[in-house]
Design a protein. Structure first.
Ligand SMILES: Cc1cc2nc3c(=O)[nH]c(=O)nc-3n(C[C@H](O)[C@H](O)[C@H](O)COP(=O)(O)O)c2cc1C
Length: 370
């Protein structure tokens, strides 16, 4: 394929892959697309290791990083991990009661240290930590920086551009996309509500062409609900110049997802990908589980603001749940295309199948106008 996004990065197909998994990043770039490593929740040491590994395995192909540069997070810099002080009693009782009633064992004391370590790396959401992570990433041959929350600061854009690195940002509304353009982004990623993770309420079908028109002539990638070739064709038809996919890689052999969660995903339908504040405190689309159901039930407490809800779920729920892999509570961010995800495949096969189906769609449309 040939278009501005392919030319910008010297790639064969304008398929951009968000993943927290270095293997997925490498495989997508080697299959002709562009892998982007999500850096959230990584310690600086782990980030160094992951980027070094990518550099050693990616055969010189381009790749990018996705960084959370928060603007509106409550400052958790002074946080001492003391659940009783940190969380309102109602919330602690709610989550603890839920897991106790389900018979999920409490954490043994020896796990407490690991928990605090995890939580501290979770706080890399703060602006100071994000800036440190960016410095590490700039020591590597990255081609793209994607800003996950809000517009990238102009200084970041200037630093990146001075090194020949492109910058983009996610937008769930046209006004956010315009702000990204003003701040100097090279392209915008329009993400519809179908998407996994933090997302807005406008569907891709409506959002993509609105953002394409709003930021023209800047190129736009369509994200949210893209996992197959017909959806790539739809994105291109709506004016996008490529796609941004996250959920589809979760089903791959290479993905970071544990088998128990993969099995739940393969059995799930699209409406099992629920938009909830119960996991992070912000609207986040994730696989429905007993925890998200409990917060949806009448009388449940209102989720705490970010990042507190995230820390509450992580420390009081997730660690206990994952220790014994308690199926009914296991969850992971995933978008509505989960209903289409029914079996494992390699990353390479996913990319090739997308391209095959795109070509079929293009031929079918072409024949209609023949
Ligand atoms: C497991 C998972 C975690 C995600 N975490 C982030 C993140 O940390 N930063 C970010 O910008 N987007 C994150 N996303 C969202 C993706 O960037 C992307 O917008 C989304 O997956 C696209 O929609 P799709 O899921 O329908 O493909 C995540 C997606 C998944 C699947």
């Amino acid at each position: 394929m040939k278009n501005r996004m392919c030319e910008m990065f010297g790639i064969d197909v304008p398929i951009f892959a968000f993943s927290h998994c270095r293997d997925v990043v490498v495989e997508v770039s080697k299959a002709g697309g562009l892998g982007v490593l999500g850096m959230a929740r990584m310690s600086p040491e782990r980030l160094r290791r992951e980027l070094k590994w990518i550099d050693e395995h990616i055969d010189g192909k381009p790749y990018g990083i996705d960084i959370l540069m928060p603007v509106s997070y409550q400052d958790a810099g002074e946080l001492k991990f003391d659940p009783e002080r940190l969380f309102p009693k109602e919330h602690l009782d709610f989550v603890r009661g839920l897991l106790d009633d389900a018979g999920i064992p409490k954490l043994p004391p020896e796990d407490a240290d690991a928990l605090v370590r995890d939580l501290l790396s979770e706080l890399s959401f703060t602006p100071a930590e994000s800036a440190r992570m960016l410095d590490i990433a700039l020591e590597h041959p990255i081609s793209l920086i994607v800003n996950a929350l809000g517009s990238p600061p102009k200084e970041l854009v200037e630093r990146a551009h001075a090194r020949g690195i492109k910058v983009a940002a996610l937008a769930g509304r046209p006004k956010h996309a315009l702000r990204h353009k003003e701040n100097g982004c090279d392209f915008v990623i329009a993400v519809g509500t179908e998407a996994a993770g933090h997302t807005g309420t406008i569907t891709s079908m409506v959002l993509w062409p609105r953002i394409v028109d709003a930021v023209a002539p800047l190129p736009v990638l369509g994200g949210g609900g893209v996992g197959r070739g017909r959806q790539v064709a739809a994105a291109l038809a709506l004016g996008c110049e490529g796609v941004w996919c996250g959920s589809i890689w979760l089903k791959t052999v290479q993905s970071e997802v544990i088998p128990e969660i993969k099995a739940k995903m393969f059995a799930a339908d699209s409406d099992d990908a629920v938009l909830t504040r119960s996991v992070t405190g912000k609207p986040c689309r994730t696989l429905r589980c007993a925890f998200t159901d409990a917060y949806d039930a009448p009388g449940a407490p209102k989720p705490l603001p970010a990042p507190l809800q995230n820390i509450l779920w992580w420390s009081e729920g997730r660690v206990r749940v994952e220790r014994i892999r308690a199926r009914e509570f296991l969850t992971y961010p995933v978008g509505q295309i989960v209903g289409d995800m029914t079996a494992q495949a390699s990353v390479r096969d996913v990319v090739y199948e997308m391209m095959d189906e795109l070509v079929e769609a293009q031929q079918r449309l072409h024949a209609m106008f023949g």
